[in-house]
Design a protein around this ligand. Structure first.
Ligand code: SF4
Length: 418
């Protein structure tokens, strides 16, 4: 058995369950939906001998269709919405003075670590669901609107890690009637094995730019793609914060304002970036962010900052200097996840990372909030409407964290004006 590097769970092979769904015949056959994680789109081809960094999203879609999946959706769509809501939440918290720092919550390996060792930080996790769970809830909502009963479709998520298998079981992330929004998670390795069992011939699949995801969860921004790499969630969220605060989108021309995120994400020793999200604006807003990947690195960082213990007043120490901290349990982020293909290539992570950034550079929209604007308006009215919040956010169970009062928090963040 392969062991998840986050310690979340040993790999359980679920390929048999999906094989059964795909090969059912007659009235028993349900619509089988698959969603592909941002990072998985860049690595499935490695299961068929492709060099890391050369696997194309288009071939991944074609391979999944050839295996018999009826609808192929892009979890990057959910990542765009996560980035948009996370940035909205961050701006709200900065303006209100807390609770800060806000930690990302899209990595279940990190959330598990908080629950096991840093319970006092729970109230500092973002309220946003992960891209997979957001998309799962939106599929439920959309299918309901289309008149499709829940027992007539089956949802599979192609993910980079085994911790995602545990995430779909969480009671707080289930539909109101207790059903799961995602039925099964397959790692990239499991999906490769399944496709081989089903006789998919990878080398004969259509290549670049010939195959698209299915509507309505098809289009995605470059920012959403960045969720595949360490530092990408921060960069995507700050692009949205920039759009909100500077009233200007990040484009190919000015995306270099976030290059600091990339430099910090790959550095072994530097974790902190000071990002001016409103350059050339009169009311400057600089945000202090930390970017961490690898559970050991995260724990060392929390210890160094004194965030590993609850402060005597409750919550975290008033002197900590961060607004936003991204934590990904696997080194390098999801491209280095425990469910990714094994490789002998020493620079595999770097090669996958480059492929992710190339897709971002080529994308029509770089800012997540721009890519999903019309979908959100048509589906929910607004991203902060009651129905959107019910589907896209969640309440961590019984938080014991006692965040500091807003008036106490504002003293630590002199560079942020609200
Ligand atoms: Fe899973 Fe990505 Fe977190 Fe690793 S970093 S545990 S692959 S979500």
């Amino acid at each position: 058995a392969v062991v998840c590097p986050t310690g979340a769970v040993s790999e359980r092979d679920d390929t048999g369950i999906v094989f059964e769904e795909l090969t059912k015949a007659g009235p028993q056959r349900r619509t089988v939906v698959v969603m592909t994680a941002p990072s998985a789109r860049f690595s499935l081809g490695e299961m068929f001998g492709e060099v890391p960094g050369t696997s194309s999203p288009a071939k991944t879609i074609a391979g999944l269709r050839a295996a018999g999946f009826d609808l192929v959706f892009d979890t990057t769509f959910g990542a765009d919405i996560t980035a948009t809501l996370e940035a909205t939440e961050l701006v709200e918290r900065v303006k209100a003075g807390g609770p800060l720092p806000m930690f990302t919550s899209c990595c279940p390996g990190w959330v598990n670590l908080v629950e096991k060792k840093f319970e006092h930080l729970r109230g500092h996790l973002s309220r946003c669901r992960s891209p997979m769970m957001m998309l799962g809830a939106m599929i439920r909502y959309w299918m309901h609107r289309e008149g499709v009963r829940r027992d007539r479709y089956f949802v599979v998520a192609l993910m980079p890690c085994t911790a995602k298998k545990v995430e779909i079981e969480r009671p707080e992330l289930r539909a109101p009637d207790g059903t799961k929004d995602v039925d099964v998670v397959l790692t990239v390795r499991e999906m490769g094995k399944l496709l081989k069992t089903l006789g998919v011939s990878w080398s004969e699949l259509p290549g670049e730019h010939k195959t698209e995801y299915d509507d309505p969860f098809a289009s995605a921004s470059g920012g959403g793609s960045l969720f595949a790499v360490s530092g990408g969630v921060t960069e995507a969220a700050l692009r949205v914060a920039h759009a909100v605060l500077a009233r200007r989108d990040v484009t190919k021309k000015n995306s270099d304002i976030f290059e600091e995120c990339r430099r910090v994400a790959v550095s072994e020793s530097v974790h902190k970036a000071e990002i001016d999200v409103t350059p050339s604006s009169r009311s400057r807003r600089t945000l202090s962010v930390a970017i961490l990947s690898g559970s050991r690195k995260i724990q060392d960082f929390l210890e160094d900052l004194g965030l590993d213990q609850q402060a005597p007043t409750g919550g975290v120490s008033v002197s900590q200097p961060y607004h936003f901290i991204e934590c990904m349990a696997c080194g390098g982020g999801c491209i280095g996840g425990g469910g990714q293909p094994s490789t002998l290539e020493m620079h595999a992570l770097e090669m996958r990372r480059k492929a992710v950034y190339a897709v971002d550079a080529e994308s029509t929209h770089q800012t997540s909030s721009r890519a999903q604007h019309s979908f959100i308006r048509d589906m929910f009215g607004s991203i902060t409407s009651d129905v959107a919040r019910e589907l896209l956010e969640y309440e961590p169970p019984s938080p014991k964290s006692v965040p500091l009062a807003p008036k106490d928090r504002t003293r630590s963040f002199g560079s942020v004006s609200s």
